[in-house]
Design a protein around this ligand. Structure first.
Ligand SMILES: Nc1nc2c(c(=O)[nH]1)N[C@H]1C(S)=C(S)[C@@H](COP(=O)(O)O)O[C@H]1N2
Ligand SMILES: [Mo]
Length: 203
């Protein structure tokens, strides 16, 4: 539709001027779905969230326990390495910092391997999760996440390419080394800063 195209272009120009459009990205008003594998089915009785690795005491939370954690709302932009960016997403869920309060880290813990259903992983330095706008989202723009967007829970790391925003997240593993996750083992950048166009391991 012509009108939609104009609206999209206008938003893109506005975001470019505001310094919010990373190089090589185009704005989208839609919300594409992108992932490896199939959409996992959610069983609240079996679901758990584990925190392991370099922590004094590993943690296991049931879905009920996870939902008793304090809730926060954060608005942020979302940049996929396949060159679309979705702006001003309102995410509701549990801040990474509130989850981090549940464990005492062992010395040397500086990297996190984020684990999801079906063995999907993504590596993120601890310092990049320990920010006030990183959260585990249950809701987007006021609605519960749709299964294909990560229901019941997904990580949101706004300042890195969206492959680090792990859908169907099930746990965190703290370590002293930056071990590559799924896409990082498949040619993508270890860090993935969209503003520096860190798309591939050759960038
Ligand atoms: N578990 C899991 N999380 C994932 C992925 C995946 O394949 N599996 N793909 C990532 C990629 S590449 C992107 S762009 C975003 C897409 O999120 P969306 O489908 O909600 O737009 O999810 C990320 N999280
Ligand atoms: Mo992506």
């Amino acid at each position: 539709m012509l009108f939609e195209g104009n609206e999209r272009k206008q938003l893109e120009r506005k975001m470019l001027e505001a310094g919010r459009l990373p190089p090589g990205q185009a704005a989208t008003l839609k919300w594409p779905v992108l992932h490896e594998g199939s959409v996992p089915r959610f069983d609240p009785a079996r679901w758990d969230f584990r925190i392991a690795g370099l922590v004094e005491e590993p943690v296991r939370l049931t879905w009920e326990e996870f939902n008793r954690l304090p809730k926060s709302t954060v608005t942020s932009d979302f940049h996929c390495v396949t060159r679309w960016s979705r702006f001003d997403n309102r995410w509701q869920g549990v801040l990474f910092r509130d989850l981090l309060k549940l464990v005492k880290l062992q010395p040397g813990a500086a990297y996190v391997l984020v684990h999801a259903e079906q063995g999907y992983t993504a590596n993120v330095p601890l310092a990049d999760l320990d920010r006030d706008n990183v959260l585990f989202a249950t809701h987007h723009d006021g609605q519960p996440l749709l299964p294909e967007h990560g229901y019941p829970l997904r990580l949101i790391v706004p300042h890195l390419y969206a492959w680090k925003s792990v859908k169907w997240v099930r746990g965190l593993e703290f370590g002293d080394r930056d071990l590559p996750g799924f896409w990082e083992q498949n040619g993508y950048h270890m860090y993935g800063d969209p503003f520096r166009e860190q798309r591939f391991d050759t960038d």
